[in-house]
Design a binder for this molecule. Structure first.
Ligand code: UTP
Length: 312
């Protein structure tokens, strides 16, 4: 039976036969946020890339809200020296709340408080930016006893339903293995991503290998690996023995590849869209996309764009 057939037998399918068992679930999220954000300099010199605003909140808050909407209640954020603003954003600020209440803005005070109550948050520090794999490894001590953890890269916002992490957790619940988020990608841009070699029909594929940033000719498929994962303890173990590459970086793809070649990784071609905020142009486009669909801000943005087009 293919991975897809097993997944479609899950509780969300219309009348499908349940053929496999719920084996495990995911309660902790790891958020790597220790990178340098060099592609968005100079904006990200002092402001962490994960803190750039999208609509009315920083990118990382969108990510944590996606996790909470996916049933995850605890998050370990991997930060770096000098990125204290991330911690500050999620810390209680009773003085600000009191001022807002006093000035007649109880709703705003409630929203400020809600940020601090989103989920149980812990922070670990990545002393040096030694790559995504290294950042994920920095969280390993906080995952004792957990069979698997979710990982979310906060520079990609998800827009759609159900939440992307929920789609991956659902697949993990039925498959019991590591799960990747896959998106079809045109040839011209495939070399920006890790790419999965797969078997099966989808939307849940068996991943047989992964190739980091291949040329279009080398790409084993058009399925790019995007910034959401459910990683089993086996991937964390494999990470511990990955040989660092150029610059001492530890690649997450190397550890996932080892587990994929052993036959224990699936990939979900998810529904919904991912919006990037890692560069100036992608951040501008993502803000436009988010504000465009806002019932209050959308019409105002469209009106302003019309004015700009007319030279105003
Ligand atoms: P990116 O490669 O997109 O982020 O990593 P970056 O390295 O900060 O940005 P550029 O390429 O220099 O512009 C995706 C996620 O992984 C984290 C980043 O903070 C980002 O959320 N990351 C990356 C780490 O936590 N540690 C690292 O060493 C590298």
């Amino acid at each position: 039976m293919t991975a897809a057939a097993r997944f479609e037998g899950g509780p969300d399918s219309a009348g499908g036969t349940v053929e496999s068992h719920r084996v495990t679930t995911v309660s902790t999220l790891v958020v790597p946020a220790g990178g340098l954000g060099t592609r968005f300099l100079p904006a990200t010199k002092a402001l962490p890339k994960e803190m750039v605003p999208v609509g009315d909140r920083p990118a990382i808050q969108w990510g944590l809200e996606e996790a909470v909407a996916s049933g995850i209640r605890r998050a370990v954020v991997v930060t770096a020296p000098g990125k204290d603003l991330i911690r500050a954003h999620f810390a209680p600020d009773p003085v600000l709340e009191e001022i807002l209440e006093r000035r007649g803005s109880p709703e705003l005070a409630r929203r400020v408080r809600a940020i601090t109550e989103l989920c149980d948050l812990e922070f670990v520090e990545q002393a040096e930016p030694l790559g995504l794999g290294h950042a994920v490894l920095c969280a390993r001590d906080r995952l004792e006893g957990e069979a698997a953890a979710a990982v979310l890269l906060p520079d990609d916002l998800f827009d759609g339903s159900p939440p992307l992490l929920a789609q991956l957790v659902e697949a993990h619940t039925w498959e019991g293995c590591t799960v990747l988020a896959l998106r079809r990608c045109p040839q011209e841009t495939i070399s920006r991503y890790g790419v999965a070699a797969v078997t099966g029909e989808g939307p849940v594929f068996t991943v047989t290998d992964v190739v980091e940033k291949p040329t279009p000719e080398e790409a084993p498929s058009d399925l790019a690996i995007m910034g959401r994962y459910v990683l089993t303890a086996e991937v964390f173990e494999a990470l511990g023995s990955v040989t660092p590459g150029a610059g001492g970086e530890i690649q997450l793809t190397d550890a996932i590849g080892a587990v994929a070649r052993a036959g224990r990784v699936v990939g979900v071609e998810f529904v919904g869209r991912l919006l990037d905020v890692g560069t100036l142009d992608s951040w501008l486009a993502t803000n436009a996309a988010i504000v465009w669909q806002d019932p209050e801000l959308g019409p105002a943005l469209r009106e302003r764009i019309r004015e700009l087009e007319q030279g105003g």
